[in-house]
Design a protein around this ligand. Structure first.
Ligand code: AMP
Length: 283
């Protein structure tokens, strides 16, 4: 497996590669969720590249950019084991030579990017879309794989790839969970023992909410609001600071309507300063 650290070296390697290439974008601190994307990537392309870049543009001024977990040696070992062909881990100065604030930006449409995560993390999806377009342009992948764990991100990536006419196929991958249901995430490493014991409530309460909505068979947003109210209360009782728990149309994250084919529940909840997100389809 190659470990490539500069854009120039990456481009040189890429030019020599003749087959198809699948890219797995990550911020490192790799876990089973990331590795599940690699396994899917291996089934759809001849070569698999995983990049690691903790992207400052997608962190707010009060967020955890400085303390975000960084485990490069462990990550390299894990990728080697999974049969990744190349890890690309460029320095900040290569990706933002003039600094992140002086970079051209890619701004996804507000109806998708300024709601839910974007409401609580202003500018987040501009940071995500900008860095992805930069990496897509360097790596030139035929396919990219993203986790459904970050469902809004997956939809926004699909959207800007379409809007910018990029010749890249997007694959979504199911969320990998711990045995107790907690979605695997790099930020789980921040959880204390007590918080770790509470965190699986997120998935349990999502399941409870999904069962209620399923039973009601409603496609009326106001009716769903009423059904979700007691679940929101349960998040608070379990000591979460609930940022949002919403039912949305899974195709476009807009309010559920009679036209909705599939409903998704999305949640962001904090335990002290640790922010966890998750989602669940209402089947
Ligand atoms: P991150 O390093 O957090 O930016 O995540 C990189 C990619 O891994 C994104 O496409 C995430 O959606 C995906 N991912 C993170 N956690 C999981 C998980 N538990 N299951 C599946 N994919 C995940």
């Amino acid at each position: 497996m190659l470990v490539i650290e500069t854009i120039e070296d990456f481009r040189r390697w890429r030019q020599e590669e003749k087959g198809t290439l699948a890219l797995v974008p990550t911020m490192g601190a790799l876990h089973e969720g990331h590795l599940s994307l690699v396994r899917i990537a291996k089934t759809i392309a001849d070569k698999v590249v995983l990049y690691i870049f903790v992207n400052p543009m997608q962190f707010g001024p009060k967020e955890d950019f400085g303390t975000y977990p960084r485990t490069p040696e462990k990550d390299i070992e894990a990728c080697q084991k999974e049969g990744v062909d190349a890890i690309f881990m460029p320095k900040m100065s290569e990706i933002y030579p003039e600094g992140k604030d002086n970079s051209t930006k890619v701004v996804p449409p507000a109806f998708l990017a300024d709601i839910l995560e974007g409401h609580f993390r202003p500018g987040f999806f501009t940071g995500v879309a900008t860095v992805l377009v930069k990496f897509f342009s360097i790596v030139q992948p035929d396919a990219v794989i993203f986790g459904e764990k970050d469902y809004q991100q997956l939809l926004i990536v699909r959207r800007f790839i379409q809007d910018l006419n990029l010749p890249i196929t997007v694959y979504g991958a199911p969320t990998v969970r711990e045995p107790d249901g907690l979605a695997v995430a790099s930020r789980n490493a921040y959880l204390s023992k007590e918080q770790r014991a509470i965190a699986p409530r997120i998935h349990q309460l999502l399941q409870e909410a999904a069962a209620k909505l399923q039973k009601a068979q409603s496609k009326n947003q106001d009716e769903m609001e009423q059904l979700l109210k007691p679940i929101r209360q349960k998040f608070k009782e379990a000591n979460f600071e609930l940022q949002y728990l919403e039912s949305r149309d899974a195709d476009n994250l807009q309010p559920v309507s009679p036209q909705t084919k599939k409903i998704i529940l999305l949640v962001a909840a904090k335990l002290d300063s640790i922010r966890l997100i998750d989602n669940l389809f209402v089947s």
